[in-house]
Write a protein that binds this ligand. Sequence first.
Ligand SMILES: Nc1ncnc2c1ncn2[C@@H]1O[C@H](COP(=O)(O)OP(=O)(O)O)[C@@H](O)[C@H]1O
Ligand SMILES: [Mg+2]
Length: 259
Amino acid sequence: MSENANNTPVLELLELSIQFGGLHAVDGLNLRIKKGCLYGLIGPNGAGKTTVFNMITGVYKPTAGSVLLNGKNITGKSPVEINKAGIARTFQNIRLFKAMSVLDNVKAGLHNETKYTAIEGVLRLPRYFREEKRVNEKARELLKVFGLEDNINSIAANLPYGKQRKLEIARALATDPKLLLLDEPAAGMNPNETAELMETIRFVREQFNMTILLIEHDMKLVSGICEELTVLNFGQELAQGETAAVLKDPKVITAYLGE
Ligand SMILES: Nc1ncnc2c1ncn2[C@@H]1O[C@H](COP(=O)(O)OP(=O)(O)O)[C@@H](O)[C@H]1O
Ligand SMILES: [Mg+2]
């Protein structure tokens, strides 16, 4: 690969915009995330942060602008196509298969890539058993990474909140993404759970060499793990750059952080 190809950002947003009726929910947003970066997207409630995630993942079609993944234009593709292309996410309100076991939640992510045909599955042919074994082992390994190995048979809804968040991240990683999007992962957590989550996110980045875009309100978490930030305000970029500099920016303090 040429040097140039290695410098291609994992994610690039170019003049990304969407309107709902007369509301410019996101307006001309530009953003570049390097491979392996832990990048934060912050700003007041209603600034348009989740809407940015919904455009990146194909839930909403942008009114204008584009989304590039490793230099490839994925604007307007379906959520399934975008997940296959390499983007996985978690949600502001946890979404799990609540009535399913912890193990089956992660296996649901892994089945995106299973390599047996429906017929082989129905007839339970040898390849089906080999695949099932591989999926089971991979799911168990992932759960071990997140310290959930003792909970594999628990029903997801019965896990404590912090573990549900971890499970949601594990399931997202099971789809083998190049880019992981986390929408307010610390929301509703107590300080201990938040501190542990911070370690988990760091660990995921190191262990999987993952590129992560994170929406978060907890400033301790943001300043503790994000290398770069974009601050969004009324759908527009208010500030962008290295975390320490952005958090000192008077514009950011006035509009978001308070005195
Ligand atoms: N599907 C939609 N239809 C109409 N308005 C929407 C829709 N989704 C989001 N919005 C509006 O867009 C703005 C940004 O919302 P959102 O992205 O959820 O903010 P944030 O995540 O920063 O708190 C809000 O004013 C919200 O009401
Ligand atoms: Mg939101």
